[in-house]
Design a protein around this ligand. Structure first.
Ligand code: ADP
Length: 460
């Protein structure tokens, strides 16, 4: 036999030593080796090298022993006197088998490595076979969609991925991966009532298509938010600007003989609307600095009782023309002091009371109250206005979020007020929450930590 190296051993112990050291392609052993029974030796070899084919040479009349050896895992046996051709053929097959086995093992490891790579990519990856059945679903696909592999594997994509019959045909499929492939498509996937936006593309694969996707939901939401922001802010700016412009134009007209009262009221409009513009600009800047965490708040004892009373008085004056609205104030335990930033607290309370007025288009009673609770003080602002539709209670605290203006009867706003209030209160270790009945009214709660007693006595 050419190209084959052969090692020989005289004893079982020596043979085992060599086998331990070297991974042979095949082993040939006499069934009766000095030092060890042939079957025991076979056992040792099998436990050391389970994959190495072992040929046994048996003596005449040892047929039963040979059969036992085959049962014990021997590859073949050759009887003495040895048929040379048979022996060589068997040994060659054994060597070939071992080499094939090694190649299979190598490929299995490579495949396993590939599969592991796929398991560790950040993008969702799945394979659809020619029949549209999902045959692979990697952990990122599961993490992004929330659909477990067990739910989707071996099922048609149309059953597992809602809307696939429509979106599937929109997704570009390239014949080759890489720069030659066409760009990914952004498509919506509706899962469990939430909408996911996926950027997805496919590449043809022997017997199907491999799709890769990433989650663009947040980017998309941000884009929408930006769009909403531009629309709301430009609308919000246009109204006061138009009022200022109109009043200024009227004041400039020489042909009109305006009496003092009329002139005064036009100037009032200009002052009032300019103030509104300043506040919108201020809100945008404040929201921005809250986002980038650049805002520094004071943390000092604030007489919440006195401050709330002041804001209520101010609001009564601001909304004096709304004679369909009454603003009540009650504080059973005056003197409650909280730790916080007085200016920002004023702004929060003004926002809540203003909202209560704005969203009470048919008038009503607005109650502002304070309540002491353990180590906290609660401010309550209750109105009898339009209320908040179920499911919107949390969303109204979102940046730029406004309940459909149709529902809020076209009342203007930037959708920043509650976002700013919640962020400010949070930075004062407090919490804002709401309870509402649509059509009946809303109650906003602001919980703030009491100032430590020591700090209070310092300020008197
Ligand atoms: P804006 O009032 O400028 O729209 P806010 O952030 O203050 O912004 O409020 C967000 C949304 O929450 C409002 O557009 C409105 O739909 C709703 N909202 C706030 N306060 C009330 C309230 N007291 N009653 C009913 N709806 C309210």
């Amino acid at each position: 036999m050419e190209g084959i190296g052969i090692d020989t051993s005289e004893t079982a112990a020596d043979a085992l030593e060599r086998i331990r050291e070297q991974d042979y392609d095949a082993i040939v052993t006499d069934i009766k080796m000095p030092g060890m029974d042939g079957l025991a030796l076979l056992n040792e070899i099998r436990s050391l090298r389970p994959k190495t084919p072992t040929l046994l040479i048996t003596g005449h009349g040892e047929h039963d022993l040979a059969v036992q050896a085959l049962r014990g895992g021997a590859y073949d046996f050759v009887q003495k006197p040895i048929d040379r051709d048979y022996f060589i053929a068997s040994l060659e097959r054994a060597i070939q088998l071992r080499r094939l086995d090694r190649e299979v093992e190598r490929q299995r490891q490579a495949l396993e490595r590939h599969a592991r790579v796929l398991e560790h990519v950040d993008d969702g990856v799945f394979l659809l076979d020619e029949g549209g059945v999902i045959r692979h679903w990697n952990p990122a696909a599961q993490a992004i969609t929330g659909l477990a592999a067990a739910e989707v594997l071996d099922r048609p994509a149309e059953e597992s991925l809602p809307g696939w019959e429509t979106i599937g045909s929109l997704i570009p499929v390239a014949t080759l991966p890489g720069p030659g492939s066409r760009g990914a498509k952004t498509v919506p996937l509706e899962l469990d009532g939430r909408e996911l936006w996926l950027s997805i593309s496919g590449v043809k694969f022997g017997d199907g298509i491999v799709y890769a996707f990433r989650n663009l939901t947040e980017e998309r939401a941000l884009d929408e938010l930006k769009g909403e922001f531009v629309a709301t802010v430009s609308h919000e700016l246009r109204t006061p600007l138009a009022a200022i412009y109109g009043s200024a134009q009227t004041l400039r007209r020489k042909d009109l003989d305006l009496d003092d009262e009329r002139r005064e009221s036009l100037l009032d409009v200009i002052a009032h609307e300019s103030e509104r513009l300043t506040r919108i600009a201020g809100d945008i800047l404040l929201a921005n600095s809250l986002d980038s965490d650049r805002l520094r708040l004071e943390r000092e004892p604030v007489d919440l009782d006195g401050l709330t009373r002041e804001v209520v008085d101010q609001m009564r004056i601001s909304f004096a023309e709304r004679d369909d609205i009454s603003i009540q104030f009650s504080s059973p335990q005056p003197g409650a002091a909280v730790a916080g930033d007085a200016d920002k607290l004023r702004q929060i309370l003004m926002n809540l009371i203003e909202n209560a007025v704005k969203y009470s288009p048919d008038g009503g009673r607005i109650e502002v109250g304070l309540e002491a609770r353990d180590s906290r003080v609660r401010v309550i602002v209750r109105d009898e206005g339009i209320g908040i539709p179920p499911g919107e209670e949390q969303r109204i605290f979102g940046k730029f979020y406004r309940v459909d203006p149709q529902l809020s009867r076209g009342v203007g706003g930037t959708g920043l007020g509650l976002y700013i209030s919640r962020e400010l209160v949070r930075r004062m270790q407090g919490r804002v929450s709401v309870a509402s009945h649509e059509g009946k009214g809303s109650t906003f709660f602001v919980d703030l930590p009491l100032a430590p007693a020591a700090a209070l006595s310092e300020t008197g």
